[in-house]
Design a binder for this molecule. Structure first.
Ligand code: Z5A
Length: 214
C-alpha cells in the first residue's frame, strides 16, 4: 500500500505551487508519485469542478454543493486514488475531505456530523496518512488568490468561493483549526507566509519524515 498525503489550507495559501514542487522533489529521488486534486482528478470530477468553482447563473444550494463535492470524491477515490495506493504509489492530493468539513461545514454552516458521514461514504473511509496544512492569514491568502485570478483573466476563472464574504473565509480557517485540534497527529502546520522556497524546505522536511516512517 502506498502513502496518501493531502495539502490543505485557506485560499491562496500556496498549496498548488507547493504540491507541484513536492512532486518534482519525489520524482528526482525516483519515488513514484501521482499529483491530483479535488474537485477533479477524473473526467467527472473536472466536469463537476467547473460547475462548483466557476461563477455562473446556476443557483447551487449548500446541500447540493456538498453532494456534488462528495460525488466528485467518490469517483476520484475509486478511479484514481485507491488504484494508485494499491500499486504502492505516493498520492499527493490538493484538498480532500477536510476541505468539505471546513468549507461546507464551518463556512456554509451545514451539519458537521452529517458531513463526516458523507465524507466516509464517498471516500470508502479513506483517510490521509499525513496532511500538510498551509497556514496563512485569510486576508493575505485572498489577496494572493485575487492575483492568481487576475493573471488568468480571459480563461476559465475559478472564483465562486473567492467571492464569498471575509467572514466566510474566517469561519473556514477556524474550521480547519478545529479539525487539526481533533487529529493533531495527522497534521503538520506549515507557515505559508514566507517565500516559496522557505515554505518548500518545510514541505521536503515533512515528506522525508513521513517517508522514513514508511
Ligand atoms: N472546496 C470545497 O468547498 N469543498 C471541498 O470539499 C473541496 C473544495 C475539495 C477549490 O479549491 C475550491 O473548492 C476551494 C475550496 C473548495 N475554494 N476556493 N476557491 P482549490 O484548491 O482549487 O482553490 P484554492 O484554494 O482557491 O486555490 P488557490 O487560490 O489556487 O490557492 P492555492 O492553491 O493555495 O495557492 P497557489 O495557487 O499555489 O498560489 C496562489 C497565488 O499565490 C499564485 O499567484 C502564486 O504564485 C502565489 N504564491 C504561492 N505561494 C506564494 C508565496 N509563498 N508567497 C507569495 N506568493 C505566493
Amino acid at each position: 500500500m502506498g502513502l496518501f498525503i493531502t495539502f490543505e489550507g485557506p485560499e491562496g495559501s500556496g498549496k498548488t505551487t507547493q504540491i507541484k514542487k513536492a512532486g518534482e522533489y519525489l520524482r528526482s529521488r525516483n519515488i513514484s508519485c501521482i499529483l491530483t486534486e479535488e474537485p477533479g482528478g477524473t473526467e467527472l470530477g473536472y466536469t463537476l469542478r467547473q460547475l462548483l468553482l466557476n461563477k455562473s447563473s446556476i443557483n447551487i444550494v449548500g446541500k447540493a454543493e456538498l453532494l456534488l463535492f462528495a460525488a466528485a470524491r467518490a469517483q476520484h477515490v475509486e478511479e484514481v486514488i485507491l488504484p494508485a495506493l494499491g500499486g504502492g504509489a505516493i498520492v499527493l492530493c490538493d484538498r480532500f475531505a477536510d476541505a468539505t468539513i471546513a468549507y461546507q461545514g464551518y463556512g456554509r454552516g451545514l451539519n458537521v456530523e452529517e458531513i463526516r458521514w458523507i465524507n466516509d461514504y464517498s471516500s470508502r473511509n479513506l483517510k490521509p496518512d499525513r496532511t500538510l496544512f498551509f497556514n496563512l492569514p485569510v486576508e493575505t491568502g485572498l489577496n494572493r488568490a485575487m492575483g492568481r485570478i487576475a493573471q488568468s483573466a480571459g480563461s476559465h476563472t475559478e472564483d465562486r468561493f473567492e467571492g464569498e464574504e471575509l467572514q466566510f473565509h474566517r469561519r473556514v480557517w477556524e474550521g480547519y483549526y478545529t479539525i487539526i485540534k481533533d487529529e493533531p497527529e495527522r497534521f503538520r502546520i506549515i507557515n505559508a507566509a514566507r517565500d516559496i522556497e522557505q515554505v518548500f524546505n518545510d514541505v521536503c522536511y515533512h515528506l522525508d519524515a513521513v517517508l522514513s516512517i514508511k
